[in-house]
Structure formats: C-alpha cells, structure tokens
Design a protein around this ligand. Structure first.
Ligand code: NAD
Length: 464
C-alpha cells in the first residue's frame, strides 16, 4: 500500500527526524502492508512551530474564506472516497461496504457541516453594554484513535479550522495511512501551509510530546479513559485547554411497550457494526423480566446473520483480539451464559472474534461494567422502570444510549433521567450536527455541530 516516509509539516512532506518506523498490518490477513515513520519529540516540535507560524494569518482570515477552504477539503474527500474506503479496509479491517458508507461517507457530512457553520456562525455577540468576540483558541494538538480513522480526525480538524485554529495531528499507530490520505486531501484542497500538520508515531512518544508541548493551546484527545486521564493531568498542570472523548458502556433500554423485535435487531446491528469497536455502542441491552426469554431468542436469530469475514470484520490488532476474548472468558467465569459466540477465534488467520451475546448478566459483572470494544453484547433483565434506570446509570460511563417505547413521550421521559450525553429514541437517525460527548468518565467537552465548534473558541468581552 502507498505510504509517505515523512511527516506533513508546513505544507510539505518532510523527512522524519529519526530512523524508526511503524509497520502497518492488515488485520484480516495479518500481512504488513506499509511502514510509516515513528515520530519523535523533534518532529512534534517542528510541526507545532509550523502550526504556530500559520496561526495569526489563519485566525485573521475571514470566516467565509475559511469556509471555502473546508468546502474544498470536503470536495476532495468526495473525489477520493473509493481510495479512502480501500485504505480504511486495509488497515482497520472493516468490510468494504461499511468503509464506503460510514468511514468514507460520514467525514464528508461532517466536513460539509463545518463548511456551512464557518460561513454562518456568529463569531461576535452583544450582551448588554458588551461585545463578546469569539476568537480561536490557538494551536490544537489532536490525538486520535483507530476505530473511525477518518471520522475522528475530521471531527477535530474541521471545527478547529472553522474556528480559525491551526492543528497538529498525531493519529493512532494502527491506522496512519488514512491520516496520510487526509493530509494529501488538505494539500489538494489548497489550505495554507501550516494550518494542518501530521506527525505519525507512538502514543507514549509522539502523542505524549504533543500533549506536553508548550506551543499547544488545546489538546483534543479521543481514546481510552486511562490515556485520557493522563493527558488531562498533563494539560491541567500546564493550564491548557483539553477536550476528552473517552470510553462508553451504553445502555439500550427496551421498555415493555416497545416493538421488541425491532429494538433487539437494531440493538444487535448497533453492537456488531465496526466489529463492536465503537465507543458509543449500546453494549448493554436492558429487557423487562417478562420479555427476557423472547428477547434472547430474537437476539440469537439476529446475531446469526453477522458472519465474521462477511458482515463483521476482524478487530484492529492481535492485542485487541486477545483483550476481547479475555473479556468473554471473564463473562463465563463470572456466571454469564452464552446465547451466541464464545471465546474461541473463528479463524486461524486474522484478528477475528465470534459475535457474542451473553444472557444472565448482572449489572455488577465485569462485562457489564468495562468497555470491551469488540462484538460482544450483554443482555440484562430488569424488574421495573426504576430498576432499569438504576442499571442504565450504574456505570462510570455516560456516552450514549437508546430507549424504545410505543409512545415517544414515554421514551423521552426515561431518556431525561439517563446520565448520558446522547440518547437515540426508537432508533433515531445519526445527526452530524448534534453534540457528541460524555457525561461522567466518558469525557469532557463535545464534538460535532455548533457545540463542537465552540470548543475551539475563547471569548473576549469589550465593554462600552
Ligand atoms: P489509546 O487511548 O491507547 O490510544 C488513542 C490515541 O492516544 C492513539 O493515537 C495513541 O497513540 C495515543 N496515545 C497512547 N498513549 C498516549 C500517551 N501516553 N500520551 C499521548 N497519546 C497517547 O487507545 P487504544 O490503545 O487505541 O485502545 C485501547 C482502548 O481504548 C480500547 O479498547 C477502547 O476501550 C478505548 N478506545 C476508545 C475509543 C473512543 O472513541 N472512545 C476509541 C478507541 C479506543
């Protein structure tokens, strides 16, 4: 696969400071498909300098011109969508159909939304005798995970550029090729040199150097809670702004009046999509005790359609495969019952995990509390609505969720009581403008839409 052997800094591909490289592996067949440079603190420093240099001019560029730049970027993402989808499939393992619709498609929507928002957003407001200016925060250090390799990048870079910030990106080590394609798209769109810079490398080396760099004004991180905590501490010590999109353990609450078959089948699809590697996946399904056996039968029938290697891809790497299989073993050891799947890998080659459904899961089991990040669903039984609410809110996370009921108002009443940042009512559609982010340990800050844009702005009040 095509790969750059340098870093994209100051509008050009420059040789990396050090000799080390990272091997990129196709998780479906375990073959090395490319190598990218493993950046060091020196590369990060060069990238931050380029971003700092570009900042004053970009911040002063009229929003309509910034909007035109982001629109041009969106057009390049559209023109290169096949190449993007093939690259995501090669390095993440997602089935090509999913790569086309979601991995290549959603970033186009998000970039398009920020092209419009940059043009229409009010960067100035009047409060009494004051004019409040909404100004760009400065240089953004963006650190992204591998699960949605392009979406996670665009969800940070597009609003940052719309706000007038400049960016240094450190993408996940498993999926750097998609990030390199994104840098090419920035270049092709004609965005000014230095407004976007890319340093590939390892988290504890390049990621840590970026989070700690004194030339970075805001660190925007998506990934595990463990690393997020560390980045939050580093940023806090330097009194630097920080946005954290972390893990989730979201509840899919099926109230007794709901269309059970629909709720179960959409719930299974939600968890199996992207091999379960979605932070907002509804990995705990909550079903009333009187409907529990029927729900298990429906779930078993629905999950049978998710054949590994066809509708379900492998996990991203061997470590994640081992980790997820370990969780399945733990679920069995703690007394949960398998409805489908199990810890055995379905194939000898490729980092596949069998789509797995557990019954008889209680709220305090490890598989009901910790983020598994694989194709694993736990089905829990509740006594009544209060019990359902206690279970739904009974984790340290609060990223997403779902509620199903015959009556929309009944579902909304329940959703209002959930400690979580997003709730889909009766299978509500994805909205690229709706704020996305967590309550509790699922994070700090919001991405997408106008709320996502405001993360990259700071206010200045002028009194008259
Ligand atoms: P991670 O948190 O280790 O990595 C995410 C990003 O942070 C990567 O770019 C990585 O290189 C970087 N990073 C790692 N250590 C760093 C450090 N010390 N300083 C600065 N940057 C650092 O996540 P992972 O290993 O890719 O996945 C582990 C778990 O994280 C998953 O199993 C899952 O539970 C969770 N996860 C959550 C999301 C999400 O969207 N919320 C996405 C991916 C992974």
């Amino acid at each position: 696969m095509k790969a750059h052997d340098g870093m994209y800094i100051g509008g050009q591909w420059r040789p990396a400071a050090g000799p080390d490289t990272i091997a990129v592996v196709n998780p479906a067949d375990e073959q090395v498909i490319a190598h990218v440079p493993a950046g060091t603190a020196e590369d990060v420093d060069a990238a931050v300098r380029a971003a700092r240099e570009a900042f004053p001019a970009w911040a002063a560029t009229p929003p309509a011109e910034r909007a035109a730049g982001i629109a041009a970027l969106r057009d390049v993402l559209v023109a290169r969508k096949d190449e993007i989808a093939e690259t995501v499939t090669a390095e993440l393992g997602a089935p090509l159909a999913l790569s086309r619709t979601v991995h290549a498609g959603v970033p186009v929507l998000v970039a398009g939304s920020y092209a419009e928002l940059a043009a229409s957003y009010s960067f100035e407001e009047r409060i009494g005798n004051s004019t409040v200016l909404l100004e760009p925060v400065g240089v953004v250090g963006a650190i992204t995970p591998w699960n949605y390799p392009l979406h996670q990048v665009v969800a940070k870079v597009a609003p940052a550029l719309a706000a007038g910030c400049t960016v240094v990106l450190k993408p996940a080590e498993d999926t750097p090729l998609t990030a390199q394609l994104f840098a090419e798209a920035i270049h092709e769109a004609g965005l000014p040199a230095g407004v976007f810079n890319l340093v590939t490398g390892l988290g504890p080396v390049a990621g840590q150097a970026l989070a700690a760099h004194e030339g970075v004004d805001l660190v925007s991180f998506t990934g595990s809670t463990a690393v997020g905590r560390q980045i939050g501490a580093t940023a806090g010590a330097a009194v630097k702004r920080v946005a954290l999109e972390l893990g989730g353990k979201s509840a899919n609450v099926i109230l007794p009046s709901a269309d059970l078959a629909k709720a179960v089948s959409v719930g299974i699809a939600n968890v199996m999509s992207n091999s379960g590697q979605t932070c907002s996946a509804w990995t705990r399904m909550l079903v009333h005790k009187n409907q529990y056996d029927e729900a298990l039968a429906l779930a078993a029938a629905a999950v049978a359609k998710y054949v590994p290697g066809e509708r379900v891809g492998p996990l991203v790497n061997a470590k994640q495969q081992q980790r997820v299989r370990g969780y399945i073993e733990k679920g069995l050891a703690e007394g949960a019952r398998l409805v489908a799947g199990g810890p055995e890998a379905p194939y000898e080659t490729g980092y596949y995990v069998s789509p797995t459904v557990f019954a008889d899961v209680t709220w305090d089991m490890t598989i009901a509390q910790e983020e598994i990040f694989g194709p694993v669903l736990s089905i829990l039984k509740y006594e009544d609505e209060e019990d359902a609410l206690r279970i739904a809110n009974g984790t340290v996370y609060g990223l997403a969720g779902a509620v199903w009921a015959a009556d929309e108002a009944e579902a909304v009443a329940f959703a209002r009581r959930m400690d979580t940042g997003q709730v889909d009512i009766n299978g509500g559609r994805f909205n690229p403008l709706a704020p996305f982010g967590g309550y509790k340990q699922s994070g700090v800050g919001r991405e997408l839409g106008p709320h996502g844009l405001s993360e990259y702005l700071q206010t200045k009040s002028l009194q008259f």
